[in-house]
Design a binder for this molecule. Structure first.
Ligand SMILES: CC(C)(COP(=O)(O)OP(=O)(O)OC[C@H]1O[C@@H](n2cnc3c(N)ncnc32)[C@H](O)[C@@H]1OP(=O)(O)O)[C@@H](O)C(=O)NCCC(=O)NCCS
Length: 183
């Protein structure tokens, strides 16, 4: 995977057209041990079902933004912004399912995805981003480097992808500046 990385927002139609590629990306990340909601064994069919049942409806209803990183025609990473929040939280958005293919890591792709999702959140009038990540995972220093602060930790929050062990999660947040450029 070489070449320029472009960061784009995908529609429901675009996700549908490439759902098997998204399924393969999710499966590769889970098999690499990512704590993003699933445990092993994890099939391609389960991965595809996730994109169809949990992501497509949000894109269709307009409550979700799907940001995608492409390199050399391949989808190498993605992140979501859930902005289908309650009326008393219309200023908030939740970042979900940040993932970069194991072969494309440590090249700044997640950083670019997060910057793009924050710009999208600002365009939607969101001034607060929240997220959670398994405590101690590589994503934690990434989020810290992007200005996310730790609100707290919940012990025993999620089962490990492989082992029968329950890990803590770290809840993080970032207030957005008022003048982020458009993307
Ligand atoms: C976490 C993840 C998204 C990072 O993607 P990435 O494209 O490799 O991240 P970047 O290249 O933008 O990293 C930027 C910085 O974040 C930090 N960082 C990223 N991954 C890290 C890791 N595994 N360990 C420690 N620090 C890490 C580093 O400071 C890095 O800068 P450096 O490479 O110059 O040292 C990727 O490892 C991944 O998909 N993991 C599995 C899924 C997951 O855990 N997602 C988070 C769900 S909340």
């Amino acid at each position: 995977m070489t070449g320029t990385v472009d960061i784009v927002a995908f529609s429901a139609v675009e996700l549908e057209a490439q759902v098997t590629t998204f399924a393969a990306l999710l499966k590769a990340c889970v098999e690499d041990g990512a704590s993003i909601g699933f445990v092993l064994p994890f099939s391609l069919a389960e991965a595809e079902s996730y994109w169809r049942k949990k992501v497509l409806p949000g894109l269709e209803s307009g409550g979700l933004v799907l940001v995608v990183a492409r390199q050399g025609g391949c989808i190498v990473g993605t992140v979501q912004l859930d902005h289908d929040t309650f009326p008393n939280q219309r200023h908030r958005g939740e970042v979900r399912k940040l993932m970069v293919h194991p072969k494309a890591r440590r090249r700044g792709i997640a950083t670019s995805l997060m910057q793009a999702v924050e710009k999208r959140a600002a365009m939607l009038g969101r001034s607060l981003i929240t997220l959670d990540t398994r405590t101690g995972d590589g994503a934690e220093p990434l989020y810290r480097s992007l200005g996310y602060q730790v609100a707290g930790m919940i012990p025993g929050y999620c089962r490990d992808t492989i082992a029968e062990r329950y890990d803590p999660t770290t809840i993080m947040y970032k207030p957005l500046g008022p003048h982020l450029p458009a993307f």
